[in-house]
Ligand binder design. Structure first.
Ligand code: ADP
Ligand code: MG
Ligand code: MG
Length: 199
């Protein structure tokens, strides 16, 4: 079973890896974006880590809904509302249980990813964070390691794609040949699940 502590560890592990990889995320956002993705997410997850420590929400759902609200208010850019929606909707789907099973979490995360697709209008293959998140939720029933591998493969697989959503889509064919920054940060988010489970 996964408790509120697990979800706090998930978010703090994400904050750590986003901080470690911020420069790389911003570099990826430079040829096909506006070179702010690492800075945007670092600002957001730093605020999330501080808020979770201060407010110490005591259910999985409360940890994720608080995180989502914080990301929406601090990240800015396209990715703020999208990541905020992902975590807020996943948290809402978990309800107010003190602990959730891995199966319940997998179902809730799918609800969250579906909400991101509804909000942003992106489908798999559009060269966005969805290309890491959908394979991750598909693999999640096999465990966190499988989800991580699927997300990382999904992020790498965005390189040959032409962007159809977000800023990168303005470049048309010139978006081909670059890995999507949001898919790369989504792979960090999913990888942090395994880190939280092993901590
Ligand atoms: P901005 O482009 O506003 O500067 P960021 O740089 O923080 O925002 O985030 C860019 C990332 O957001 C992209 O790499 C992509 O993965 C994701 N993204 C942009 N638009 C969409 C969308 N409509 N649906 C899903 N993801 C999107
Ligand atoms: Mg950007
Ligand atoms: Mg921007």
């Amino acid at each position: 079973m996964l408790d509120a502590d697990f979800f706090r560890r998930w978010m703090t592990a994400t904050a750590t890896s986003v901080a470690r990889e911020a420069e790389r995320l911003t570099d990826l956002d430079s040829p096909i974006g506006d070179a702010d993705h690492g800075a945007n997410l670092q600002r957001g997850f730093t605020a999330v880590a501080a808020t979770l420590e201060k407010e110490a929400p005591d259910t999985p759902g409360a940890v994720l809904t608080l995180t989502g609200r914080q990301l929406i208010s601090t990240v800015g850019g396209a990715s703020g509302p999208l990541y905020g929606t992902l975590l807020r909707r996943t948290g809402k789907a978990l309800g107010d249980a003190a602990e959730v099973s891995e199966e319940e979490f997998a179902g809730a995360l799918r609800t969250g990813v579906d909400a991101v697709m509804t909000l942003g209008g992106a489908a798999p293959g559009d060269k966005t964070m969805i290309d890491a998140l959908v394979p991750a939720v598909d693999a999640l029933p096999e465990g966190f390691a499988a989800a991580r591998a699927a997300a990382e493969a999904g992020a790498v697989a965005t390189t040959p794609l032409q962007a159809r959503k977000g800023r990168a889509s303005y470049l048309g064919e010139r978006s081909i040949g670059h890995q999507d920054p949001g898919a790369t940060s989504s792979a960090l988010l999913i990888a942090a699940l395994q880190e939280a489970a092993e901590a």
